[in-house]
Design a protein around this ligand. Structure first.
Ligand code: F6R
Length: 261
């Protein structure tokens, strides 16, 4: 794992966007895993900027989102289908047929999750998966005690996650209590993980995720098992990391990072 600390949210988001852009230029039909949430909005805004100003081409990209709420139709403004359309898909040249999201309205949730895993396999797996970090330490909606080998499935949300996200609903009681999510095992099979974490409210959980013992109580600790994982954070989120000096030294001295200085 490499931890990259940038001075601001803006710069952390820009670096994560440049990692995506580099992967996309190297492989135009990249299989890109997407996350939603507040943190990702800046990153998507930067990808849109790269598309508009530098002609970053998404025409062959295939995408898979991490998760979707159970019970919200795709056109509901709170669904992740809607989020993706608003923040990314409608503003870049992606083919909607290449964008994959779980169907939170599926009649048979188990079959829907199986279908999703099969579609990922059919695309030869996810090349680069974007991850955010929830306040409970989840990746996707893998809430505490999610098995580290778990696959895509339906999951009940913890009260803490409901609290984190209900503010986006005009009537907070309308926030779904269940979601479909890629499993921790599904995420660990992606070829490259890029986690973006910003803001002081994430400092304590980030330190546990990156430097703490691996535990299913904090599903993000599973990224420590992944052979190619890049964690991009701002100063505020980095505040409680013990080995900050080492992470900074790597970024300043490793030739791979020179192009991002
Ligand atoms: C959503 C997802 C979640 C979020 C996490 C952080 O697709 O995967 O794990 O990334 O809850 O959300 P924000 O960025 O809103 O703090």
């Amino acid at each position: 794992m490499q931890v990259i600390i940038r001075p601001t949210r803006e710069e952390a988001s820009r670096l994560a966007a440049r990692l995506v852009a580099k992967a996309l230029k190297a492989k135009p039909d990249l299989v890109l895993g997407l996350a939603t949430g507040l943190t990702m909005e800046r990153l998507y805004a930067m990808l849109v900027k790269l598309h508009k100003e530098e002609k970053l081409d998404f025409s062959l990209v295939r995408t898979f989102n991490l998760d979707e709420y159970v019970g919200l139709p795709a056109d509901d403004e709170h669904s992740y289908h809607h989020y993706m359309k608003k923040h990314l898909f409608s503003q870049i040249n992606i083919d909607p047929r290449n964008t994959h999201l779980l169907d939170g309205m599926a009649g048979n949730m188990e079959a829907e999750c199986r279908r999703y895993e099969e579609t990922i396999r059919h695309c030869d797996g996810i090349d680069l998966q974007l991850l955010g970090l929830g306040k409970v330490g989840h990746i996707g909606f893998n809430e505490p005690l999610s098995a580290l080998y778990s696959r895509t499935r339906e999951k009940g949300l913890t009260p803490a996650t409901v609290k984190q996200n209900e503010k986006y609903f005009a009537d907070p009681s309308q926030m779904p209590r269940r979601a479909l999510t890629m499993g921790v095992g599904t995420i660990l099979e992606c070829k490259h993980l890029v986690m973006l974490v910003t803001g002081d409210s994430k400092a304590a959980i980030l330190a546990k995720a990156v430097e703490g013992p691996i535990t299913s109580m904090i599903s993000a600790t599973a990224i420590q098992l992944h052979p190619h994982c890049t964690v991009v954070v701002d100063e505020e989120a980095a505040a409680e990391l013990r080995a900050q000096d080492y992470y900074r030294w790597i970024f300043d001295n490793e030739p791979d990072w020179a192009e991002y200085h």
